[in-house]
Design a protein. Sequence first.
Length: 269
Amino acid sequence: MKRLVLTAVLVSGLTMLAGLGAKAQEGNGREQDSVKRKKFDINYGLGITIGKRDSTGTMAKNGRFVGGITFTRLDIGFSKLIDNGSFSLSPTNDFLDYKAGKTSTVSFDVIQFGYRFNPNFKVYVAGGFDWTLIRLKKNITMQKNMSQLTYIEEPIIFSKNRFSSSYLHIPLNFEFRTKENDNGKRFYFVIGPEISFLLNGKVKQISDERGKEKFKDDYNFAPFRYGGTLRFGYNGLGAFVKYYANDMFDSAPQKGLKNMAFGLTFGLN
């Protein structure tokens, strides 16, 4: 989790430094004809976007396609398991009891393509990565290559017992935003469905007896996941809520066990 956050912050810092450098070069070479509308511009910031810009730096008012490589919508927050409509785990799933304050989620987008109809509304498809990191309370180890989610109890105490999944996600977002205020900032509201494809599952354990251990398998995580996301915020900072409608595991005893997440979003564009 710490490595993911540090990597995200580093990439964000590099892109913002690139933005400062680009702005400085633009300022040095600016002449009187800079007030003319640019037909094509690349905007560096928390992400890279491509599109037309007018003389004020705001996006052109006519509809157009937009997209490109980006690093944005960095979501950092908490995950919650929902067991057939309850936040309390049933006896069948009690082995998944987790530390709520250390069960987290991290995701971000790396590419997006869409169409801006006007300055206040855009529809786009994005692609990125998503991690759910469950900090288990019990001293158990999930078993690999099993037909259903299976575990064994361990005779040792783990200082860390993390059970995680990673997905490639593809959201379809509908973005609504207000007009810019006097400071050039605005409010955002983004909503839309999302599908995801499992990359892998992972167990990471730390104990005095065994040291640090890592195991990879699909661990019966759902190979295909679908749900929806809601974001709202101001300028580049916001909050998000995600809910995944299908079961978290492709395992009969865990039928009805779902996942949701909530937290902060960095970068809304």
